[in-house]
Design a protein around this ligand. Sequence first.
Ligand code: SF4
Length: 212
Amino acid sequence: MKSAYENDAFRPKGPRHSGLQNAADIFYDVRVKLLLHTCCAPCSVMCIESLRAEGIDPVLFWYNPNIHPYTEYKNRRDTLIAYAAALNLELVTRDEYGLRAFIAGLYAPGIEAENPAVRCAYCYRLRLEAAARTAAERGFDAFSTTLLASPYQKHELICETAETADRQNGIRFLYRDFRPSYREGQRKAREAGLYTQKYCGCVFSEEERYLK
Ligand code: SF4
């Protein structure tokens, strides 16, 4: 019997991803057991809503060692835990506050930590490789990420990183362009009283946000 990965019905009817393509053009015929890497509760609002509209009830995955300092990390993690419980969604938590390891990784030989593109590539790789590996190990059909919701993130770089992680781990990356509903998601998050962060996550992004 073919696995969902091999099943042609599972494959998208268009290119796997393109920031220019409508999500509606990329449609799967079967229900997908999906692990959704979740950067924070507010960004997850419309991702979850639109996936559920497709009949996909994602399992959320928290792994964000890029979020600093600890109080910020805790706020975002605890908000997601409460939100997942309120939605009756399963949440897999890899609870690792990663300040030292994250900084050490960025300043490893050959990585230009001061270059935001290089820094974010490292950050995406860290999180999406963990999501792909966890999805493969736990028998999911595919993984995706709420990072695809934010117009402030490097969307194409996220896709490229996720596609590399999918090849390396033998698990499908399910692409959706969630960006068109980003504002609506943020509004709904505020209405729901969810904690909403003021910067991307790492200490560098906090500095860029406030040192102006
Ligand atoms: S700016 Fe955001 S995506 Fe880039 S390295 Fe920092 S936390 Fe990660």
